[in-house]
Design a binder for this molecule. Structure first.
Ligand code: CS2
Length: 484
């Protein structure tokens, strides 16, 4: 029998003010930051930290659906298939689609009541090169924003224009809080915004550099994209007929650098870890959780698995990620003594095994070019410097290279969802054999740091794994299924 615990908002949503503008209204935002704000509003019986959630390019439909429901939705937190908490959320007070008409968004962004702008625009939404993290000035969207700074299309462009308007109006800037899976995400957001602002005026860029706070944060919650099947499951299992409901795991973590000159919600009372330095937490999460996720995605898809839980139920995969985390990734982490990394790893293996989530490997496999540098490559570089083993990481890179060909071992084609998809397809078409492919791929310096590309141990290990995948299938790269 399934146990469902239900909870409702205890405040009056109509009395809540908007203090936060969020760009990137997707499932993750609804299941993570919005839930922390919901807890905050419940505890304080309301307040002024309601959210105006915005989409700037896609998912207009979600905005309309939310509006039709006064922005109220539910979140189903699955501890396992038998224990679920169904929570009502009213923290989003306003939803906007700012496609062609951005006037309502700018009204919100220049309002004196807006103190914080949060972002979940995914790695590619910052328009930084994956390896060097420099603004991609040649990208057509960035070129558009350079040419038309008052009518921007990108998140960095919108922030620059909004900060410019606040400065002109003599208003203090808002704090910008990135909630995307990147190392030092605050510093990187500052880099994107200031580089773009410099094209407009040095003065504006300098004002942003000296006056705007860009704290970093580490976000963690497994939130699969919603599908018709998951919506139907919520209806049948929980009698939840909410088109905007989101399903996720019960675990949630948010570690935030405490630097909010314009004020912030008292998040420390809602389970948010407010710290001086987020770096150790984000490196741990990116290399262990996200690194294992990407490994499971590319190697698991090659073995014909569909979900994370299916893959880790196979001992060979559980063994692979345990090896990757314990042997290859955790020695590269510099953690405070209070963190028990072994317990963290075991908990992760348990979280991955949550089969209620049906977390699709294909979802994780998206945008690999933007993800693998911080998940695998930075750590691998440190390992190679110490002449240490990087076999599992090399297997991941090889499986990723095979994946971006857009054709599986059986010859079935699929779409590669990645901003560099064309480069990959051209690379596979051009290269005659595995040797040439690996060597040309490692020259993609947007992804591979030069030092890594030049490292023979690394290139040989990737080549060996790639050749094995192509000639004998991925199973030949995995251990035996009897040992865990
Ligand atoms: C995943 C993440 O899709 C992906 O790339 O690795 O979305 C992951 O589920 C979250 O970062 C967990 O906090």
């Amino acid at each position: 029998m399934i146990t469902v615990q239900r909870s409702h908002s205890t405040y009056t949503p109509d009395n809540v003010g908007v203090g936060i503008v969020h760009i990137g209204l997707g499932a993750f935002h609804r299941a993570h930051q919005a839930v922390y704000i919901e807890k905050n509003l419940n505890r304080n019986l309301g307040g002024d930290w309601g959210i105006c959630a915005v989409n700037i390019r896609s998912n207009n439909q979600l905005v309309d659906q939310l509006k039709a429901n006064d922005c109220r939705y539910h979140i189903a937190e699955y501890q396992d298939s038998q224990h679920v908490e169904l929570r009502e959320v009213n923290a989003i007070r306003e939803a906007l689609f700012a496609g062609e008409d951005k006037a309502p968004l700018f009204d919100r962004l220049v309002s004196p009541s807006t103190k914080i702008v949060t972002l979940t625009v995914t790695e590619k939404g910052y328009y930084l090169t994956p390896s060097e993290k420099a603004l991609r000035q040649d990208d057509p969207h960035i070129q558009h924003d350079i040419a038309h700074p008052t009518a921007p299309k990108t998140a960095p462009g919108i922030l620059v224009e909004a900060l410019h308007r606040r400065r002109e109006l003599g208003l203090p800037p808002f704090t910008v809080l990135s909630c995307d899976n990147m190392p030092s995400n605050g510093r990187l957001t500052r880099e994107a915004v200031c580089s773009l602002a410099r094209h407009r005026s040095t003065e504006l860029a300098e004002w942003i550099e000296s006056n705007v706070a860009f704290p970093s944060s580490m976000v963690d919650r497994i939130v699969p994209a919603m599908s018709d099947a998951s919506r139907e499951r919520l209806q049948v299992e929980l009698q939840c007929n909410d088109l905007n409901a989101v399903m996720c795991e019960s675990f949630s973590q948010w570690v935030v650098e405490d630097h909010f000159p314009q004020g912030r919600p008292d998040w420390e009372n809602d389970g948010v870890q407010m710290v001086k330095d987020v770096h150790p937490f984000e490196t741990m999460k990116l290399r262990l959780l996200n690194g294992s996720h990407s490994l499971l995605a590319y190697v698991g898809l090659a073995a014909n698995y569909q979900t994370v839980a299916e893959a880790v139920a196979d001992n060979r995969f559980a063994q692979l990620i345990r090896h990757y985390m314990n042997v290859e990734a955790s020695p590269t982490l510099d953690l405070p003594e209070s963190v028990d990394v072994e317990a963290y790893i075991e908990r992760l293996v348990g979280r991955f095994g949550n089969d209620s989530l049906q977390h699709q490997l294909a979802q994780i496999a998206m945008d690999g070019s933007q993800k693998i540098p911080q998940r695998w490559l930075n750590g691998a570089l440190e390992r190679l410097d110490q002449h240490a083993d990087i076999e599992a990481t090399a297997l991941g890179v090889a499986a990723w290279l095979a994946f971006v060909r857009g054709k599986d071992q059986a010859g079935r084609t699929y779409t590669v969802d990645d901003p560099m998809a064309e480069t990959f397809s051209e690379l596979h078409a051009r290269c005659q054999d595995a040797n040439q492919l690996v060597s040309e791929a490692l020259k993609l310096d947007d992804i591979f740091p030069r030092q890594l590309a030049l490292n023979e141990t690394f290139s040989k290990a990737v080549l060996k794994a790639y050749q094995t995948i192509i000639s004998s299938g991925v199973a030949a790269c995995l251990g035996s299924s009897d040992t865990a």
